[in-house]
Design a protein around this ligand. Sequence first.
Ligand code: NAD
Length: 438
Amino acid sequence: MSQATAEGESAIAPASAIPSYLQADNLGPWGNYLQQVDRVIPHLGKLARWAETLKRPKRILIVDVPIHMDDGTVAHFEGYRVQHNVSRGPGKGGVRFHQDVTLSEVMALSAWMSVKNAAVNVPYGGAKGGIRVDPKKLSRGELERMTRRYTSEIGIIIGPNKDIPAPDVNTNEQIMAWMMDTYSMNTGSTATGVVTGKPVDLGGSLGRREATGRGVFTVGTEAARHIGLDIATARVAVQGFGNVGGVAGKLFSEAGARIIAVQDHGGTILCEAGLDVPALLQHVADTGSVAGFAGAEVLADEKFWEVDCDILIPAALEQQITTQNAGRIKARMIIEGANGPTTPAADDILQERNVLVLPDVIANAGGVTVSYFEWVQDFSSFFWDEDEINARLVKIMKMAFAGVWQVAQEKKVSLRTATFIVACQRILHTRELRGLYP
Ligand code: NAD
């Protein structure tokens, strides 16, 4: 019973009151995540009493990031770090530099990290960070100053045992090196374990750069086996040809698949005979985009979703597969390399049309799995060889996927809901075991 004030109103907010920032933007990524949680609650049994935990990030930090620009002016950028849940261990999740970053997006990405980390059973909670900026418009010096100031601002909540950032869209090994150095300068000793995805010479792990794409390939191959799809003859379309899409495309093509269409921020290309993937990766490294690649047709961007393929790999940004294009997709299987590329309404259309969706929260978990290996190696100062890392990664991915596949069959739910069931049960079980403080 809540206390009443003299005016007869409750002095404390009712337990169900939702803070306004959690309600805002219900159609955005955070709204999509909330709908996914609602679908899992009926499957949580007694643990459902803790489900509200999943709908509220534990901690949200918004920071002003002022820097000197090369032309002598001062620019201000808005940065975020959100820790969604830390019941199972420190927060863990990437940092994104993109002009469209919003709080809703970072909240959703942090929540998907909680689910993903629990799905592959690594001992982390979920977190994510970002700066609203187009980093392509910054000089190298400006980029370094912005990264360092942002790291300093979020330094009050990150740390090797608190919250460990990693690369995401438009961030890479160099940015992780600057983040590690800044945190170390501020704390007075070299703390390699504060970030993962670092250069190997700074305590990074072999195999980390390829890990997410390798995980996409591993679960894709497992799922293909279940539905009788032969990878060696499959036609694949990939959206986003960066870290995730580029590596996944390379591994599928090495396994015999034809990569017939690729889209990135610069445009869309098509080649029915199969693109020369190593040459395309070199072209992207040289020019920054797949646009202008010799030996491929140019396709209108919207036509990408209609390409006649067996496997579609969205590996760019969220909310790409919507009610506008889900009905036109021809693939038998979608492997979500990106986080949140499919809206819940599009998910329903795809399920009705019998398109198998391998959800982000399991399909792209390879990156954080090797990040976990990196963190363990940093703590023990003992480094493993690449074969061992890849073997352990493949083992974890196959085991996690097999568990999720079984739950999906038993409960007759989508693989997304099955992954949420497995993961949310793990998160809420630890929540219950730890109890509420005080
Ligand atoms: P990246 O910066 O290396 O590549 C991003 C790619 O997306 C680029 O090819 C870019 O051109 C393309 N892109 C950007 N805007 C686009 C648009 N409007 N239309 C089409 N393509 C567009 O980033 P990444 O690390 O490969 O991340 C891609 C996705 O994978 C993101 O959703 C990220 O959260 C997710 N992810 C990344 C990792 C990782 O380890 N890097 C792990 C898990 C999930």
